[in-house]
Each structure stands twice: as structure tokens, then as C-alpha cells.
Design a protein around this ligand. Structure first.
Ligand SMILES: [Zn+2]
Length: 442
């Protein structure tokens, strides 16, 4: 007798959507197809079963800050069907830029995390002497900022650090993710806008025009091409950036790109209307760009969709456009947003699973995650694709439940979520079962 059998759902696999059961024993999927006798059988007729999402881009800001934390962050993740999160090296204190800081972050996550987790290390000015200990310590790769956010705990990597850091990573087969915006250009534009007395949301857009992103994307790709480093460009927001990545891939450069759910489901008009709650970097883009981004995504030109879950207190999201926090806390909403917006635009279920589950798991070196297949971890998300609902503050399990999506209507709801065969959201959910994940050989 196996542990769990979910039957009757439309099961989303890499090859398509099939009817049949998913059978689970010992935390793994043992077979698809015929229902086996199980200690618990779930009748999921009319529902859709997806692999758990692998979100390569969250900031849980613990240890050191009260902006989120592993408890609420992973509770919110589970409620959104995310069963593996990969936490960024910045916003926690200390930033994850050496082995000692990595140990502190792992200690903070352990026992508190309700979903599985992996970590990025940081490449900053200048911790190149710590790259080996970070990679040896089990991070899935390093993250660097080309844009200076003026966070003193996480200085950016100027070109020299970026290039030589990539050489170091390339020698070890490591992965670098970058925030690609031209720092010098943005800071000059910001200074000019501020001295002109500008404090409106439009000024934030004017400080981050397309050239600031596209130039940095091109430069990062050039460095990857020269060094052979595997490069993942996070939160690209412009069609021109995606095209650069596609061209580079075609010429053999090992580069991939991520788009965030908010860049697909909000636009510059929303930002002008909503203000700081929708402030992020790169900023929200014009509607025509968002439509083109969707066309590229549907055409398979984008590798992953992530949340860039970037929480803070509610007070930090109010006030002057230059001072308010730039980031959106969306780990719980990636899947509902894609169900609502994506399926309507022609996104298929297997495409959705590829972008949010399978491909990010591959990039992170976690091949046992992100797919409904025999032998994979039984990370499962049961979705009611027809349920309509409106996002209220009480729905958000993040520590500070602000969101630019409050009041938005959704179609498709996450009903139950299992992590390695045990419920972590919905009926019978158990807490604190998340485990640290490190790179495995495919
Ligand atoms: Zn981020």
C-alpha cells in the first residue's frame, strides 16, 4: 500500500496534460496512470495537478530584518503552490557573501521553513576570495548587482568584479544571476530628476529608461560570452532584452532569462495609478512592451518566471517615490497571476509548468524537483481552474500584507499543496518540513 493517491485530476507533465492518478510513496512520485491502493486517496475530479513551483527569486530578509522571515515567507509560498524557494543573498543581515553568513542564513531557515529551500550566494565588491567557500558550501550559484541600490550590505559588482568573478565561476561550472541595469546612467538621471524637483511615479520610470536595462543586459552577455560563465539574467522587463538573450543563445552563449509575474501583469499605467506599492526595479513597462513580452514568452523565448518576492513593512511603501522601497512581495501570487492572465493569452499548462517548475529546477541543479514524473519529489499543487476570487489582505500570508494586486479578480485557485508527499497547504497541512536543497548531478 502506498502513502497517497491523487486521482481524477488533469495531470500536467512535460509531454502534455493527461488524465490519471499520481501515486506517491516515501515522498516520491512512484507512478502515473492507474490508481494504486493508498493510505489516503484524494478525488480531484475537475481539478488540475501541477508540479510544485520552484521560485528562483525570493528575498525573505532573515536573519537581521523584520521585513518577512522564513516562517511567513514560506507559508505564503506554500499557499501559492511554491514548494521550493531560492533565497537571494541580499536584504538579510549579514548578506550571504561568505561561508559564515551562509551558515547564519541556514540556521535561520532550519525548522522554520514550510517548503524546501536553496540559497544564492552574493558576488560583491569585493568578495572574490570567498567565491570558492560559497560554492563549496552548497549555494546554487551567485547573484550580482550591476545596479548600485546603495544598500551598504550588498555593494554592486562593477565590471572588473563581474568579469573576473565570471571567470572564477566558469572554472567551476557555476551559475551567475545578475540584476542588469546601468548604474551610472540611472544615478545621473536620478540626480537630474531630483534637482528638477520631481517626486512623481513617472520620474521613477524616467530614471530607468529602456537603455539602462538593455545596455546592461548586452554587457553581461558579452562578459558571459568571453568567460564561458553560465549567466541567468533576472527580471528582464523589456522585449529588447529577451531578444538579446535569444540571439546570444543561438550563437552558443550559456545565457538564460527570467521574467517576473508583476512585469507580465502590471504596466506603467498601473504604476502611475498605484504609486509606490507598484515600485520596482527595473520598473513596470508600457503596455505595448508587456504585450510583446507575452508574445516572446508564448514563443518559448523566456526561460523562467519568478516572483522576485521583495517584502518590507507597509510604512516603507508609503511616501516619496525616491525613498520608498522598490520591490513587490508576490511569492503567493505568481501561479494565480499566470492562471488568470496567462491562460487567457494562450499559455498552455505544460508551458506554465516549464516556466515555473521544470526549467527553474534544472537551472538550480535540482532535477528531482519541478516535474510530475516517476522518481521526482512528490511536490504537488492541486488547482481549481474555474474558481473566481478577489484578492483581499486576509488572503496574503506574507508578514506585511500589502500588494499592488489587492482588489484584483483572479480565475483559478490553489486548493491543496503537498511537499514530498505531505500536505503543506490546505486540508491536513503540516508545518516546518522544509529541507535545504543543494545542487545535484542531473
Ligand atoms: Zn530580487
Amino acid at each position: 500500500m502506498i502513502d497517497l493517491c491523487i486521482r481524477g485530476a488533469a495531470v500536467v507533465t512535460a509531454g502534455g496534460v493527461q488524465q490519471g492518478a499520481v501515486n506517491v510513496a516515501g515522498g516520491k512520485i512512484v507512478s502515473l496512470g492507474e490508481a494504486l491502493p493508498a493510505r489516503e486517496t484524494v478525488d480531484a475530479t475537475g481539478k488540475v495537478l501541477l508540479p510544485g513551483l520552484v521560485d528562483l527569486h525570493v528575498h525573505f530578509s532573515e536573519p537581521g530584518r523584520d521585513w518577512e522571515g522564513w516562517d511567513t515567507g514560506t507559508r505564503s509560498a506554500a499557499a501559492g503552490g511554491v514548494t521550493t524557494v531560492v533565497d537571494m543573498p541580499l536584504n538579510a543581515i549579514p548578506a550571504t557573501t561568505d561561508a559564515a553568513a551562509l551558515a547564519l542564513k541556514l540556521a535561520a531557515a532550519q525548522g522554520q521553513a514550510h517548503v524546501d529551500y536553496a540559497l544564492w550566494g552574493g558576488l560583491v565588491r569585493d568578495n572574490r576570495a570567498q567565491v570558492a567557500e560559497l560554492l563549496g558550501g552548497g549555494v546554487i550559484g551567485l547573484k550580482a548587482f550591476m545596479y548600485d541600490t546603495t544598500d551598504p550590505t550588498f555593494p554592486p559588482a562593477p565590471d572588473g568584479i563581474l568579469y573576473t568573478g565570471m571567470q572564477q565561476l566558469a572554472a567551476r561550472g557555476g551559475l551567475l544571476s545578475v540584476h542588469a541595469e546601468n548604474s551610472d546612467l540611472i544615478h545621473t538621471l536620478v540626480a537630474d530628476l531630483r534637482s528638477a524637483g520631481r517626486h512623481d511615479p513617472q520620474a521613477w520610470l524616467e530614471a530607468h529608461p529602456p537603455v539602462t536595462e538593455v545596455e546592461a543586459v548586452a554587457r553581461a552577455i558579452r562578459f558571459a560570452s568571453e568567460t564561458g560563465c553560465r549567466l541567468h539574467i533576472v527580471h528582464v522587463s523589456l522585449p529588447a532584452s529577451v531578444r538579446l538573450v535569444s540571439q546570444a543563445k543561438a550563437s552558443g552563449v550559456r545565457v538564460t532569462c527570467e521574467v517576473c509575474a508583476h512585469h507580465l501583469t502590471l504596466n506603467a499605467d498601473d504604476f502611475r495609478r498605484i504609486g509606490p506599492a507598484a515600485k520596482c526595479a527595473p520598473p513596470l513597462r508600457e503596455k505595448a512592451d508587456v504585450d510583446e513580452l507575452w508574445a516572446l514568452l508564448l514563443a518559448g523565448e523566456i526561460d523562467t518566471v519568478a516572483s522576485d518576492h521583495s517584502p518590507c513593512t507597509e510604512a516603507m511603501k508609503e511616501g516619496d517615490i525616491w525613498q520608498t522601497w522598490g520591490g513587490i512581495n508576490g511569492v503567493q501570487l505568481t501561479l494565480p497571476l499566470l492562471l488568470t492572465e496567462g491562460l487567457g493569452r494562450g499559455l498552455s499548462w505544460p508551458q506554465l509548468a516549464g516556466l515555473c517548475c521544470t526549467r527553474p529546477a534544472e537551472l538550480a541543479g535540482l532535477p528531482h524537483k519541478g516535474q510530475l514524473a516517476a522518481g521526482a519529489d512528490a511536490d504537488l499543487v492541486l488547482v481549481d481552474p474555474a474558481e473566481r476570487w478577489t484578492l483581499q489582505r486576509a488572503d496574503l500570508l506574507t508578514r506585511h500584507p500589502w500588494s499592488p494586486f489587492l482588489g484584483r479578480e483572479f480565475t483559478g485557485r490553489v486548493e491543496r499543496v503537498w511537499l514530498r508527499g505531505e500536505a503543506v497547504h490546505g486540508a491536513g497541512a503540516v508545518q516546518g518540513r522544509g529541507r535545504w536543497q543543494t545542487v545535484q548531478e542531473a
